[in-house]
Structure formats: structure tokens, C-alpha cells
Design a protein around this ligand. Structure first.
Ligand SMILES: [Zn+2]
Ligand SMILES: [Zn+2]
Length: 294
């Protein structure tokens, strides 16, 4: 009777959450290891290239656990790969390559062992779990829900290049490249409105590593309207820098970063005419000219 009762309770909880709303509950790590091999890199189009999840390094045979309570909606093979999907109500988690230890329709608890990690087929050098997060048909970054700053990143692309050298100010340049639009009043290239350009634009190709201008704490990691994918770092009380139009955000909310550390890659997300970095310095809540600090 107890398992039946638990399943009913889970159903009632799922029924109570508003349809379409994102689950704000943090996820539990599906594996003992918290080492991210390859980050989320959302494709530009539904069929575009990209990485629709995160890869977590592990060993074949490791137990794979449910990231949250839910109900198994798929357990089987997709193109020769063992795949498990758990429906959490407003979103789903996917796990591959795994051999499922649960069946479609089973209610699962957060942290319950739901599968065994397989060694093949793997798109990592060694075994890894590809964890996906879906809201409807949209892929989201699982790291947004997997505890901020508590994982270690190992890059499959080698050591990141050294940060650009600063010019004597307090901050180091977040990228190389020319300044294509300075801070100040201008006619906006997209909206044609005359308004303050609240940061400095650096012209760099999409995918260029972006470095923290100083050490600090990641206080925002979001998609923010015209700014697109944005990272905000607080360096001290009332002094922050932000990095906008990113293609990839590679630090978690709450993470401590050191000066020059790679925090993401440049892009053209949000209201943007092309690949560039929009870099802002915000003092006491107001944008100021970044070039005064570089
Ligand atoms: Zn993957
Ligand atoms: Zn700009």
C-alpha cells in the first residue's frame, strides 16, 4: 500500500503545479561525480548544431539517479542509444546512454536510482552521462538547476587561452578586438532611437572566449531581453560588470570567478546586429563608462 500511496501523492503534487511554468526546484545531481565534460550549447534552430544538454563525467556501470520526482515517460532505444525520460510536470529530464531500471509509467522519487550508465555509445572521450532538460520542445540548460558553483569543469578543448592584458586600470579587458561602439549617447543601430549606449562594444567573432574583468561572484546568469544571454559579476558591494549577447554562459549562478577566468563565449543573442561583446560597468546601480576602468 505504501508505494501506491506515494505514487498518488506525487501525482497530486504534479497536478498542483501550473501548466507550462518552469520548475524552480533545484535538481539533484544524477551521478556521484559533479564533473562537467561539455556544457550546454543551445542550437540556433531546432535542427541546428549544438549541444542539447550537459555531459557529466562518470564510469560505465554507475548508478544514474532521478534529478527530481516525476514519472517515467520513456525508457528504450533511440537510434541505438539507451534513453530514459522522466516527466516532472512542467519539464522533463533525459538521460543517455543508460539501461533503464524503471518502466514507463513508474513514479520515481528525487534521487532514486533509475538506470545504469552505459559506456557506449558515448560522445565523450570516456564514459559520460548526457543529461537533457526540456520544457515542451525547448532545450534548457540543466546547470541552471544543478547547484551553482559546486561542479568542476574540464574542457575537452584544452586549456583556455590566457586573458588579454589590461592597460593599467582596475579591470582587465574581457576580450581582445577593436572597440566598435563606445559608451555614450548614440542612435541605436536597430531601433534608431537616440539613447545612452550603456556599455562598450568589442567587435569579436561569435564563440570568442570572454574573460571576467576582475574576480568576483556571478550574481546573474540569464537571458535578459535586449541584452540576450548575460552574465553579471559582482566584484564588491555596488560594483558589477556584465557581459551581454553571449552565445554560451559557462559559469553557474553563485560561482566565484577569478580575474581573467573564462565565463562564456561571445555571440549575438538579444537585440544585436552581429557578433560582439557588450561590456558594462555598473557602479551603485548606474552604468558608467567601462573605458575609465580599462
Ligand atoms: Zn552530451
Ligand atoms: Zn553595446
Amino acid at each position: 500500500m505504501i508505494p501506491r500511496f506515494t505514487a498518488l501523492a506525487v501525482l497530486l503534487l504534479l497536478g498542483a503545479s501550473p501548466a507550462g511554468a518552469a520548475t524552480s526546484q533545484p535538481w539533484a545531481w544524477p551521478l556521484q561525480h559533479h564533473t562537467v565534460d561539455e556544457r550546454f550549447d543551445p542550437p540556433a534552430s531546432p535542427y541546428g548544431a549544438g549541444h542539447r544538454g550537459v555531459d557529466i563525467a562518470a564510469n560505465a556501470g554507475d548508478a544514474v539517479r532521478a534529478v527530481a520526482a516525476g514519472r517515467v515517460s520513456f525508457a528504450g532505444q533511440v537510434g541505438g542509444t539507451g534513453v530514459l525520460t522522466i516527466d516532472h510536470g512542467s519539464e522533463r529530464s533525459t538521460y543517455q546512454p543508460v539501461r533503464a531500471r524503471v518502466s514507463v509509467g513508474d513514479a520515481v522519487r528525487r534521487g532514486q536510482v533509475v538506470g545504469t550508465l552505459l559506456g557506449t555509445p558515448s560522445h565523450c572521450v570516456d564514459a559520460c552521462l548526457h543529461l537533457g532538460r526540456l520544457i515542451g520542445e525547448d532545450y534548457r540548460d540543466p546547470l541552471d538547476l544543478l547547484g551553482g558553483g559546486r561542479f568542476r569543469l574540464i574542457s575537452p578543448h584544452g586549456t583556455p587561452p590566457p586573458p588579454p592584458v589590461g592597460t593599467g586600470g582596475d579591470l582587465v579587458r574581457p576580450v581582445g578586438g577593436p572597440i566598435t561602439s563606445p559608451y555614450g549617447m548614440r542612435v541605436h543601430p536597430v531601433t534608431r532611437a537616440r539613447k545612452l549606449h550603456d556599455g562598450t562594444d568589442f567587435g569579436v567573432p561569435c564563440g570568442t572566449p570572454v574573460h571576467a574583468a576582475a574576480s568576483g561572484t556571478v550574481v546573474a546568469r540569464s537571458y535578459r531581453g535586449a541584452y540576450g544571454r548575460q552574465i553579471v559579476i559582482r566584484h564588491r558591494s555596488g560594483f558589477e560588470t556584465s557581459y551581454s549577447h553571449l552565445s554560451v554562459q559557462s559559469v553557474a549562478m553563485g560561482a566565484r570567478v577569478t580575474s581573467g577566468e573564462v565565463i562564456g563565449r561571445s555571440g549575438t543573442t538579444g537585440l544585436s546586429t552581429g557578433c560582439h561583446l557588450h561590456f558594462m560597468v555598473v557602479r551603485s546601480g548606474k552604468p558608467v563608462n567601462p573605458q575609465d576602468f580599462l
